[in-house]
Design a binder for this molecule. Structure first.
Ligand SMILES: [Zn+2]
Length: 254
C-alpha cells in the first residue's frame, strides 16, 4: 500500500523557495520536480488548509477567514482515507484539528489516538513559536510507531517570523534556511521507509509582514513532488485545488 507525507510549510512564499537547497539538489538529480502555484483567495491559512486538503476553494467550502472554527463540510484527504480503511496522521496547528477532528481542547487534544476520527494519530500545537524542529521529531516518531498511510506535517515558524519581520526580511529568509536542514535530515529517512513526499505552502508573505490579499508575494507558493517515478512533467499546470487529487493519485485511490 502506498504511503505519503505532505509537508505543509505555513507562509513560505515562492520568493524564498530557492533557499531550500536540498530540494533543489533533488530536482537537479531527477528525484523531485517543482511547480509554482498561485494560492486561492483569500490568501489566509485556515481557508487554504481546507483548499489543500479538500480541493475546494474558500468560496466553495465557506471557510473564508481564520475565525471560522467549525468542522469541514467537505470530503478531505483525511475523511476519504479513513473511509477506505487507511490510517491518517497529522503533526499540525490546532486549526487542522478543528477542521477535521472537531473542537480543540488544549487539555486533551495535544495528543490524539483514535481510529474513529478523521485524523487517527495527531500531535497538535497552538503556539506559533512552537519549534519546527520538534515537529519533525514528533512526525518521525509517529511514522516509526504508527506507519500511517498519510501524514500531514505542518510547520508554523516561517509564517510567524514573516509576520514579525516581513516577507523580504533577512529573518524570514534565515528561518527558511533553518527549515532546510530539517528537510535534508528527515526526508532521506522517510523515503527509505517507503514514503512518497510532497512539500508545499498555503500562502506567501508580503514586505509588510502580512498576507490575505492577491499580490504575487502573498499568493505565489511552491509545490515539490518527490517521487522516483512521477508521471507529472514540468509543464503540468497545478492549482492549489489539485493537491488533494494529486495525493489520491500518489496513494493510488479513486
Ligand atoms: Zn500568517
Amino acid at each position: 500500500m502506498k504511503k505519503l507525507i505532505m509537508i505543509l510549510i505555513d507562509g513560505l512564499g515562492n520568493h524564498v523557495s530557492d533557499k531550500l537547497g536540498y530540494l533543489k539538489a533533488l530536482e537537479e538529480d531527477g528525484k523531485a520536480v517543482k511547480f509554482t502555484l498561485m494560492s486561492e483567495l483569500p490568501s489566509l491559512s485556515r481557508p487554504l488548509y481546507e483548499t489543500i486538503l479538500t480541493g475546494k476553494t474558500p468560496i466553495q467550502s465557506g471557510i473564508v477567514n481564520n475565525k471560522i472554527s467549525r468542522l469541514s463540510k467537505e470530503e478531505s484527504i483525511f475523511s476519504l482515507l479513513k473511509e477506505k480503511g487507511m490510517t491518517t496522521a497529522a503533526v499540525a496547528y490546532h486549526w487542522i484539528h478543528e477542521l477535521y477532528n472537531g473542537p480543540f481542547d488544549m487539555m486533551r487534544d495535544i495528543e490524539v489516538q483514535d481510529l474513529n476520527k478523521n485524523i487517527n494519530y495527531g500531535r497538535f500545537y497552538w503556539d506559533d513559536v512552537y519549534p519546527d524542529s520538534h515537529l519533525f521529531s514528533l512526525a518521525n516518531k509517529l511514522i516509526m510507531d504508527k506507519n500511517p498511510n498519510f501524514l500531514l506535517l505542518h510547520t508554523m515558524n516561517i509564517d510567524d517570523v514573516g509576520h514579525k519581520f516581513g516577507g523580504l526580511s533577512k529573518e524570514y529568509e534565515n528561518k527558511t534556511y533553518e527549515l532546510g536542514f530539517y528537510l535534508s535530515y528527515f526526508i532521506p529517512q522517510w523515503r527509505d521507509k517507503g514514503y512518497e513526499i510532497i512539500v508545499t505552502s498555503d500562502h506567501g508573505m508580503n514586505e509588510n509582514g502580512n498576507h490575505g490579499g492577491y499580490s504575487k508575494l502573498e499568493r505565489e507558493v511552491p509545490l515539490w513532488i518527490l517521487r522516483d517515478n512521477y508521471k507529472y512533467c514540468e509543464n503540468t499546470r497545478f492549482k492549489q485545488t489539485d493537491i488533494k487529487k494529486l495525493c489520491c493519485d500518489i496513494l493510488e485511490i479513486d
